[in-house]
Design a protein around this ligand. Structure first.
Ligand SMILES: CC(C)(COP(=O)(O)OP(=O)(O)OC[C@H]1O[C@@H](n2cnc3c(N)ncnc32)[C@H](O)[C@@H]1OP(=O)(O)O)[C@@H](O)C(=O)NCCC(=O)NCCS
Length: 185
């Protein structure tokens, strides 16, 4: 059992610092989470108010930390401490030792390789800390940049779940990717 106030350890890469979210992140994160270009292919909708972003921090992030899950990590571009996105691995099924990887980064930071860099660190950490057999990732059809991120991380595409997701009144196809423990580079 992890202590009640447990937080995921800080992970540092060559350009990024990944750390736990705090209340202070709500305002700067809202400036990015309100952008509908960011949420075009996400399960969550663009935030309408800073209170919604605060709810993400308190009712989502802090609850996950309380159960000992190292997700979501705030992505920060050093030396600026403000969050510009989020990523992390959570249990899709603890019984079957399967985790799932999720990520997003703010639009001004797209195309710089930051998400691949951040995900390499969280994948290394997740395999070492939680020893899952499989880490999967789901990509809504059309999100080719996200599929490219996964390919760069060594994930293999398994197939497409047809019309498996009802999102914003529309059934979406979802591409399933996975990385197995033995395949990690
Ligand atoms: C998808 C996302 C995570 C990519 O992050 P990123 O840091 O910009 O990705 P990277 O810079 O590491 O690399 C993106 C790759 O996709 C490629 N790419 C970008 N747009 C593309 C497109 N429309 N079609 C195909 N490839 C594309 C880039 O060229 C790059 O590949 P390369 O390094 O071989 O040139 C980011 O755009 C994002 O957060 N989007 C909004 C939220 C989201 O969709 N999250 C994922 C949900 S599954």
């Amino acid at each position: 059992m992890k202590p009640y106030d447990w937080r995921p350890p800080v992970l540092t890469t060559s350009r990024l610092v990944l750390r736990a979210f705090t209340d202070d992140d709500a305002e700067p994160l809202f400036e990015h989470a309100r952008n509908p270009n960011v949420t075009r292919y996400t399960l969550w909708d663009a935030h309408q108010t800073v209170a919604e972003t605060m709810m993400f921090v308190r009712d989502y992030a802090l609850l996950r930390y309380r159960e000992g899950t190292a997700e979501p990590y705030a992505i920060t571009v050093a030396p600026d401490p403000r969050p510009v996105g989020a990523c992390g691995c959570f249990w899709a099924s603890q019984t079957h030792q399967t985790m799932e990887l999720g990520y997003w980064i703010a639009e001004p930071f797209w195309g710089k390789g930051y998400v691949v860099e951040a995900c390499r660190a969280v994948l290394d950490f997740a395999f070492a800390e939680y020893a899952p057999e499989r880490i999967q990732a789901r990509v809504i059809e059309g999100n080719d940049a996200s599929a490219r991120v996964l390919t760069k991380l060594g994930f293999r595409e398994e197939g497409t779940l047809r019309r498996v997701l009802l999102r914003r009144g529309r059934f979406e196809d979802v591409r399933m990717f996975s990385l197995l423990r033995g395949e990690k580079g």
